[in-house]
Design a protein around this ligand. Structure first.
Ligand code: NDP
Length: 243
């Protein structure tokens, strides 16, 4: 695995699933990491594991729905490591349900975490990237950024938005790389937040075909390890046994 050469990489939602797997892979490859999420005991353990394997990882409590919290997270990374190179906007929630169930609080939560949370990450990191003359966003969208399935309309709307915002960053800035990562079904805790009984049952088949989070970590590694003039603008990674 090539060395990430002390690149400073921030990961939101690093306490489980794709964020955790990415932290372990990039930490082992020589990145200096700042890890954020609300479950700090998990971040502390993850940072300790990475350090025990010879890597460098700091952590900070982060709630992406709070703009000040995201701003403090980015500031803490810049203070600790002197700069920031990559912002991985990964935190997300997915409480799926049919629209007619009118789970409006869950709609709001998806908008707040998946969409507003991403924008808070952009607002915190973009000025630093511009001041430094470069940087990279890696924004975790989904196959749900490409098509909609029943129960996923609001989730997909947030992921279409992740796609659009990331493409917008790329089009507006020649010196900032903007990478969309679009996973299919991956083993993680993401579906645990579903409360609609019919949707929980329907998810069982999807989850049976899920691939490991490490598959997404490897895609992120590929995108961040390219030379500065190469922008990997999107990677789609899905289970072989899927539509
Ligand atoms: P997990 O549920 O395992 O991880 C989600 C992460 O987001 C957790 O670390 C959680 O940390 C964090 N998070 C949730 N809310 C907040 C918040 N308000 N502030 C900060 N962090 C928060 O799921 P995945 O690893 O699967 O999800 C990662 C990303 O991948 C998401 O954006 C998801 O939409 C996307 N994705 C996942 C797919 C899958 O099949 N698993 C498929 C396509 C896309 P904590 O609770 O500690 O704050």
């Amino acid at each position: 695995m090539s060395d990430l050469n002390n690149r400073v990489i921030l990961i939101t939602g690093a306490s489980s699933g794709i964020g955790e797997a990415t932290a372990r892979l990039l930490g082992a490859a020589g990145a200096r990491l700042m890890l954020g999420a609300r479950r700090t005991e998990r971040l502390e353990q993850l940072a300790a594991d990475i350090a025990a394997s010879g890597g460098q990882a700091a952590w900070q409590r982060l709630d992406v729905t709070d703009r000040a919290s995201v701003s403090q997270f980015v500031d803490a990374a810049a203070q600790r490591f002197g700069r920031i190179d990559v912002m991985v906007n990964n935190a997300g929630v997915m409480p799926l349900s049919p629209l007619a169930a009118l789970k409006t609080e869950e709609w709001d939560r998806m908008i707040d975490v998946n969409l507003r949370g991403l924008l808070h990450g952009v607002a915190a990191a973009l000025p630093r990237f511009l001041a430094q003359g470069g940087g990279q966003f890696v924004n975790i969208a989904s196959l749900g950024a490409h098509y909609v399935v029943p129960t996923a309309a609001v989730y997909c709307a947030t992921k279409f938005a992740v796609w659009a915002i990331t493409d917008g960053i790329r089009r507006e800035h020649d010196n900032i790389r903007a990478t969309i990562i679009s996973p299919g079904t991956v083993e993680s805790e993401l579906a645990d937040s579903i409360t609609d009984p019919g949707t929980i049952e329907a998810m069982a088949a999807f989850r049976a075909a899920a691939i490991k989070a490490d598959a997404i970590a490897r895609a992120i590694f590929y995108a961040v390890s390219q030379p500065a003039d190469v922008d990997v603008s999107e990677i789609i990674v899905r289970p072989t046994a899927s539509d």
